[in-house]
Design a binder for this molecule. Structure first.
Ligand SMILES: [Zn+2]
Length: 58
């Protein structure tokens, strides 16, 4: 599980980490906004973990 923190409303949510991919978008359950990452991966940008591809550009 990855702990997602919404950049719009600050809601914390748990995301199941995909096996072999980045997550480009995530719909926040708090504000219902579709969150996208300018780096291409919301796992690396907005959660406490890196995606399986380690595409981190922080
Ligand atoms: Zn939100």
């Amino acid at each position: 599980m990855a702990i997602f923190t919404c950049p719009e409303c600050g809601k914390i949510d748990k995301i199941t980490i995909p096996d072999k991919s980045c997550l480009a978008f995530y719909k926040c359950k708090g504000c219902k906004k579709l969150i996208s990452s300018k780096h291409g991966c919301i796992l690396c940008e907005y959660t406490n973990v890196h995606c399986p591809l380690k595409c981190d550009t922080k």
